[in-house]
Design a binder for this molecule. Structure first.
Ligand code: MN
Ligand code: MN
Length: 329
């Protein structure tokens, strides 16, 4: 009998006399498709951060003026900005996500608050180029007390915990409530606030839905459920939210408006970062969400090439390793 090499599934390598066939994973298999979306999400996060940092804290009017010779919009990874970044350099948004991703990998896809706190603390010791005030204050508190949860605070509704949601989403896809528990454990190290929790859990839900390729109306319904529960998150597509601050409701409203009105990864990112304000963080969150939805092959190669190669490599590796913990939903 001839060994044709065309057998797959339960028949592969089982017929007597033939050597076992290698397992063939076609490009369109569910595992491969998930991996592509996971890599797209992680590269999207870093690209949005690098792209947005150039115009962080500018207003849309200032951006239009500064980029008048380029059609009035910021569309290229160039570095600069108030942090004087090198081209392709990223900021705390990507740095904290990668630190959290390492903790998840060490924990075999599970996350204890203490592991997250140590990972963030080690990241702070590495002298990152920027760090949020709430993050710094509560990491210093952790160092002094060993307490992993910050005291609840109505003032800690910044976007610093939500910006690092992606690695949790990748490792917990299909794991039921474990994702929410892991999100809150890591969030409360620096931000113990109900609005931050609600926004982060909604983003976690949206990332899971995008990675699982749930239908678009379902994603929109999940975003709308957030504003039904918390009026701070109310938004309409007609009223454009410009100059979003670091307040989590303003950040997510800008991200949702850009994501739900764009029809491509590039369109979503260009829209959100040109709103200015906390543009590296809106860019990082929108980049993760759009990357998860559209997949890595839709990311403009000029952006992937411009990203710091060491950062791009860490993003790719973590994406592959973390989504290996995902279970079929
Ligand atoms: Mn940043
Ligand atoms: Mn920021």
């Amino acid at each position: 009998m001839l060994c044709t090499g065309t057998l797959t599934g339960t028949h592969a390598g089982r017929s007597g006399g033939c050597p076992p066939l290698p397992e063939i994973v076609p490009a369109t298999s569910p595992a491969r498709a998930l991996e592509d979306r996971a890599i797209g999400a992680y590269l999207g996060l870093a690209i949005g951060d690098a792209l947005g940092a150039t115009v962080e804290f500018l207003t849309p009017r200032e951006i239009r003026h500064a980029f008048a010779r380029h059609g009035g919009a910021h569309t290229e990874i160039t570095g600069g900005g108030w942090l004087r970044l090198k081209r392709g350099q990223v900021t705390d948004d990507t740095g904290m996500a990668l630190a959290l991703g390492e903790a998840l990998l060490t924990g075999g896809g599970k996350l204890e608050a203490l592991a997250a706190a140590h990972a963030f603390d080690a990241w702070m010791r590495s002298k990152p180029i920027d760090i949020g005030n709430t993050v710094r204050r509560n990491l210093l508190r952790f160092r002094a007390t060993g307490e992993t949860a910050a005291p609840p605070s109505e003032h800690d509704a910044g976007n610093g915990a939500v910006m690092r949601t992606l690695p949790v989403a990748l490792a917990t896809l299909g794991h039921g409530d474990a994702g929410a528990a892991a999100f809150k454990a890591q969030a409360h190290v620096t931000h113990n606030n109900p609005l931050s929790d609600a926004g982060g859990l909604c983003l976690l839900d949206l990332l899971h839905a995008a990675l699982a390729r749930r239908p678009w109306p379902e994603l929109l319904a999940r975003a709308r459920a957030l504003e039904a529960a918390h009026k701070e998150y109310a938004w309409s597509a007609a009223q454009r939210h410009e100059n979003p601050s670091g307040y989590i409701a303003h950040t997510l409203i800008a991200v949702f408006q850009a994501f739900f009105t764009a029809s491509s990864f590039e369109g979503c990112l260009v829209d959100v970062i040109n709103r200015g304000g906390d543009a590296d963080t809106t860019g990082a969150i929108a980049g993760a969400l759009a990357g998860a939805w559209y997949g890595m092959e839709t990311i403009p190669p000029r952006w992937t090439k411009a990203l710091d190669p060491a950062i791009a490599q860490r993003c790719r590796e973590q994406a592959i390793k973390l989504c290996a913990f995902a279970r079929a939903p």
